[in-house]
Design a protein around this ligand. Structure first.
Ligand SMILES: *Cc1c(COP(=O)(O)O)cnc(C)c1O
Length: 370
């Protein structure tokens, strides 16, 4: 019997090999220049990325978590937020979103998502408002734009700072209306698996507010603007030169990469016809960081696909309010969030996936009955 062809959920080596010599050349250039932190690559990437997102300022930082954390710390320093203020956050998101609020001394307040799109539901958000609510974090979950006019109106009417967690949606939307340029400030992650992935950790803050950008930059450099002068109690969170050089190469192809993701997603949507499978709901621009389907018997379905050599993942199996780290949320009942976490499964969707591999996945998904 021939061995079953294995299709990994994501092969990062393949993804990065596709950039070829240009990526290697960038690494050699930085190595030979001898300038490794806060240098010309970082500056050039910040300019490129600000232009790409359509925002006045981009500041390179250490990772996506720090990007969020620095935004909150900067608003606290500016007096736009005060310790203990309530911040609306999606109940259904990566733990990092919620931890960043908490670690900044603010109070995260979970908001149940829309049942179908899993995105921020402004009606649910409105019910959680109190006189202490001062900000709202919106996550472009799985790569789909989570902001529409209703979300913008809610923030404006209630004078909430609108902060985008754009970790999963780099490049989402047309130029001029991209995610990351829609709120007051946005956090970006360049973790290797993200749509714009570095060869290690990386992140950025984008904003149209130059004062905020300057403060984020200072706080991520020990609170220092001028050498040996420390104006704020900051910490260290910087995008290094190697990662910036890698990101400059990969940014040039990001729109094309996202188009490929959209083509793959369109094919899944058209050709998956298993009545047990619920396909993702698309309501707005989407760059398909993840292709997430639902199945009543998720674990058995995953196992059956694994037997056929197909790697899948679950984003995410345990909801934030069921994590030990958020013990004060353990009594909460968030049925929409719980149902999503119980049933979701992510199929392979990345720029290294071939048409032939996708065909095999679709055939298997359509065949498996559990
Ligand atoms: C990945 C991710 C983060 C954290 O980014 P890191 O670079 O890993 O710190 C935050 N929010 C969301 C939604 C993410 O997917």
């Amino acid at each position: 019997m021939p061995a079953i062809e294995q299709i990994p959920f994501l092969d990062l080596r393949e993804v990065n090999a596709s950039y070829g010599e240009e990526l290697t050349a960038a690494i050699v250039r930085v190595t030979e220049r001898g300038h490794y932190v806060r240098g010309p690559e970082g500056e050039a990437f910040e300019d490129d990325y600000a232009r790409f997102i359509g925002c006045r300022s981009a500041v390179g930082v250490g990772n996506g978590f720090d990007a969020l954390h620095l935004i909150f710390q900067a608003y606290l320093s500016l007096g736009r937020l005060r310790p203990g203020d309530e911040v609306l956050v999606p109940a259904c998101t990566h733990m990092a979103t919620i931890l960043a609020v908490k670690q900044s001394g603010l109070r995260p307040v979970p908001v149940e998502p829309d049942t179908d799109s899993f995105l921020m539901n402004p009606s649910h958000a409105e019910k959680q408002l109190t006189s202490n609510t001062k900000a709202m974090v919106v996550v472009h979950l799985y790569g789909q734009k989570a902001i529409d006019q209703r979300v913008l109106d809610l923030a404006r009417i209630h004078k909430l700072l609108l902060i985008e967690d754009n970790a999963q949606a780099a490049g989402c939307g047309k130029p001029g209306e991209r995610t990351g340029s829609l709120g007051d400030a946005a956090a970006h992650s360049f973790y290797p698996t993200k749509n714009l992935g570095a060869l290690g950790d990386g992140g950025a803050v984008t904003t149209r507010d130059p004062e905020l950008a300057q403060l984020v930059r200072a706080l991520g450099n020990y609170g220092s603007v001028e050498r040996d002068q420390f104006q704020w109690p900051g910490f260290n969170s910087r995008l290094d030169e190697l990662q910036a050089a890698v990101l400059r190469v990969k940014l040039k192809r990001l729109d094309l990469d996202n188009e490929r993701r959209q083509t793959l997603a369109a094919r899944y949507l058209a050709e998956i016809k298993n009545p047990q499978v619920v396909l993702p709901t698309v309501v707005r621009d989407h760059v398909w960081h993840l292709f997430v389907i639902r199945h009543e018997k998720r674990d058995q379905f995953r196992e059956a696909l694994a037997v056929q050599g197909i790697g899948t993942m679950v984003h995410y199996p345990v909801p934030p309010h069921r994590q030990l780290a958020l013990a004060d949320w353990s009594k909460l009942s968030l049925p929409i969030t719980e149902e999503i976490h119980r049933t979701v499964i992510s199929l392979p969707l990345n720029t290294a996936l071939t048409d032939h591999q996708q065909e095999k996945i679709i055939r298997a998904v359509n065949q498996v009955q559990v």
